[in-house]
Design a binder for this molecule. Sequence first.
Ligand SMILES: O=C(O)C1=C[C@@H](OP(=O)(O)O)[C@@H](O)[C@H](O)C1
Ligand SMILES: C=C(OP(=O)(O)O)C(=O)O
Length: 423
Amino acid sequence: MVTATDVTALTIVPPAHPLVGRVVPPGSKSITNRALLVAALASGTSRLTGALKSDDTSHMANALRQMGVTIAEPDATSFVVTGTGRLTAPEGPLFLGNAGTATRFLTAAVASVEGTVVVDGDTHMRKRPIAPLVTALTALGVDLVAPTGCPPVTVRGTGALPGGRVEIDAGLSSQYVSAILMAAACSTGPVDIALTGAEIGARGYIDLTLATMRAFGADVEQVDAGTWRVRPTGYRAADYVIEPDASAATYLWAAAVLTGGNIDLGVPADAFTQPDACARDVIARFPDMPAVIDGAQMQDAVPTLAVLAAFNNNPVRFVGISNLRVKECDRIRALSTELAKIRPGLAREEGDDLIVAADPALAGQDLPADIHTYADHRIAMSFALAGLKIRGITILDPGCVAKTYPGYWDALRSLGVELSLRG
Ligand SMILES: O=C(O)C1=C[C@@H](OP(=O)(O)O)[C@@H](O)[C@H](O)C1
Ligand SMILES: C=C(OP(=O)(O)O)C(=O)O
């Protein structure tokens, strides 16, 4: 296994053959972190199978353990979660790395802890905005502060999340809404959550939240397009099967079309319920992907699509992606900078749009480039796709894929891709 500690750079040798084989992506990060949280808030034992084991999910599981939840890991894809129906105050801060889901979801959930909880992350997470969530929780009566507008957040819980109506601006992140929705089932009264702006990042993530909540017994109703009502039922322990990660699937779908191969993911594209599965249709159109791609409803797939677009027949403009600037890194900047490193002018920014100047002639060329990954798993995984067609693509800090897909490099190897590692 390629890990952060033993490999500083990895060069991909373009395979001389189409990629053919079977690779099942790991469990969904989004669903695993939702299920871990609601199972922890339930009273009783829940078995989560098909789960992702990665940096993001271990941060969530460890934080919950710090708050009195028993979580066993009987095998590589299961968590057995035993909760008491409430979280207890941890002894120290919760360190959540750069896991946006864990950080945002726990900020709301710990409002019902009795005592002070500090929600913190790494240097990257400390630059990712959380103020709209803090503002909304404050309006609901929670005592919390985030002086920089980003983590750390100090929550002084009183043992109960008050009910009521809360308005929230989810323009920067849909995770704020998901966070309040999940916490609301454990409040002292019904909670109405209303969006202020029309804008919300991928709505499909709200649907994932509602589905997970309902599977654990929550009563949540969509009042209108921008309002949800959650009744204070608490959660019921449940056994829950987690589907494979659709964002991880995008790299495999793209690798197949780029090399003219066929990769069996073990799950049909239309069986995914996650937003990024929409990217499948766009990928299937390669090398004639559309001239304009709206990434709003499949944000995490944009790095995959942008690197693929470099080999498309026609240029592609990505729109609706402004909040990619506040992900693990500024992904619009990272994609434009690193694509231009492969060939000057290959990509540029126009406001918050990304324009990729397609060049099918890149395939087969020798264009050595050290790809800086900004500690962002998706930059590493998407630029590896360029390495399937161009000689000399080196991914720096390849171990950063451990955030959501620790087995990524091994998956490429299992398809016959040769990787040259530098220690
Ligand atoms: O709710 C979720 O599981 C996620 C929502 C999206 O983030 P934003 O809502 O911050 O855009 C997505 O980028 C992230 O990887 C996972
Ligand atoms: C944006 C992402 O993650 P998160 O917000 O959960 O850290 C991602 O996985 O691409």
